[in-house]
Design a protein. Structure first.
Ligand code: LLP
Length: 432
């Protein structure tokens, strides 16, 4: 993935750094991010939009990876940022992301979180439901602000992806339902909610999507809504936000659509809809990619430890991490590829299954992967772990979270310290 390749000794290199050296220097498990690959991905989105004569905004969905370092990259590249909690908002502000570039998401933002966002003056709120619509209007009034909002709607589109990652179907906890008329009801309320400035509609179909069709259907539903909002309530739509979800390559089985192809087809479809419906101006097109910005740029390094061979059945090889640093295999049957980092070029000779270290049979990182014969102490590199790995990491079995480095041009920078045992008990209080 990214710019990783092997050197003359057959050792894995990421961003010009030797993975074996990184593992020795920082310990394992270790999250390694190829910074150049992140920036290239960002540039490919910007480039894809700039080809067209449209106004656009790209908000990085920080849930995929949120810490100071990635927020600094996002800031430098001038993207917007999507946050869904006080924690993500706090991190973004601390990293110096201008509040005006922050979009606040979530299906149950608390009053405290909304007040924090109002104090910071975040750029826009993606309003998810009727409760939030009134809560935000009331709080905005208290802060003497008129805030920019989008309505999240569920367009009734079932994306082709894992059930837990589908969000655009009618039966979803997110957003105003279009089919039953909730979305239009929300639009009607706008005329009496004077502290809300309506920008437009938002939807997010799901995640790890390989096809453009779902987006195109969602667009048609958007444009129906745009016309109805104008005709029935004289409400103008300036922005349509299609969320994120653009898929990446975890293994050779994955064939995601290229960034440019996705963006081209979305922009073309918007132009066609506007034309056919004789709308005077094109709305701005906003997107919120998360996984596709950071996913392929991340590699996790593990040290190989114990093994167990069940004759004629299976060989388990255990590593020093697992579902605590990457929950995706256990939660979504997420599939990954891996290399022995010190012998990338060696021929694969045996099929093994990579086990995590947690007391949980479901803690398997990879089922049945063909690798060279592995030995304890060697470094296993699992690729494309950059999205939703650290962000969903946990302390099950009281395992500390790994460290993280960003690598670029042969240099590595520690951006997240390894959690210590003392940190694990720092909030514990004695009973007696
Ligand atoms: N916008 C909204 C409103 C979202 O809910 C999400 C992801 C995104 C954008 C970014 O989607 P992306 O481009 O990353 O696919 N934990 C799961 C993925 C959950 C995604 C949740 N929402 C996983 O590990 O696959």
């Amino acid at each position: 993935s990214g710019t990783s390749k092997s050197n003359e000794q057959g050792q894995l290199e990421i961003g010009g750094c030797n993975a074996i050296v990184l593992a020795a220097q920082y310990g394992t498990p270790l999250y390694v991010y190829d910074e150049k690959s992140i920036r290239e991905k960002i540039h490919s989105y910007i480039h894809a939009f700039k080809k067209h004569d449209v106004k656009f905004d790209i908000a990085y969905a920080s849930k995929a990876l949120c810490n100071i370092a990635i927020c600094q990259v996002i800031k430098e590249e001038g993207l917007s940022l999507d946050v869904v909690s006080a924690g993500e908002l706090y991190t973004a502000l601390k990293a110096g992301i201008p509040a005006s570039r922050i979009h606040f998401h979530g299906n149950n933002k608390s009053p405290e979180e909304l007040e924090m966002a109002l104090q910071a003056k975040v750029g826009s709120y993606i309003v998810d439901n009727f409760y939030e619509l009134d809560l935000l209007n009331t709080l905005a009034e208290k802060y003497h602000q008129t805030v920019s909002i989008l309505f999240r709607v569920s367009p009734g589109v079932k994306a082709h992806t894992h059930q837990y990652m589908q969000t655009g179907q009618q039966d979803s906890k997110f957003g105003f339902d279009i089919i039953s008329g909730q979305a239009l009801e929300a639009v009607e309320l706008l005329n009496s909610r004077s502290n809300l400035r309506f920008l437009g509609f938002h939807c997010h179909l799901g995640s790890q999507i390989f096809e453009k069709e779902g987006y195109l259907i969602a667009l048609q539903r958007f444009f129906d809504l745009i016309e109805e909002s104008k005709q029935q309530f004289d409400i103008e739509t300036r922005v349509i936000n299609l969320g994120g979800g653009f898929g990446i390559r975890y293994t050779e089985e994955d064939h995601p659509l290229g960034t440019e192809e996705f963006i081209d087809s979305i922009v073309e479809a918007v132009k066609i809809e506007c034309n056919e419906r004789k709308l005077d101006s094109l709305p701005e097109i906003w997107i919120e990619p998360g996984r596709s910005i950071v996913g392929e740029a991340g590699t996790t390094l593990y040290t190989i430890g114990s093994e167990k061979e069940i004759p004629d059945i299976k060989k388990y090889v255990a590593v020093d991490g697992g579902m605590t640093d990457n929950l995706r295999p256990a939660l979504y049957q997420g599939k990954y590829n891996a290399f022995i980092a010190n012998r990338v070029e060696d021929d694969p000779v045996e099929v093994v299954s990579i086990a995590g270290r947690c007391c949980e049979s479901g803690d398997m990182l990879i089922h049945d992967i063909k690798l060279p014969k592995v030995k304890a102490g060697e470094i296993l590199a699992v690729t494309s772990t950059g999205a939703y790995g650290y962000s969903m990491a946990n302390n099950y079995n009281r395992i500390p979270r790994p460290a993280m480095v960003f690598v670029k041009d042969g240099k590595s920078k520690l951006v997240l310290k390894r959690e210590t045992l003392d940190q694990l008990i720092q909030n514990d209080l004695e009973l007696c």
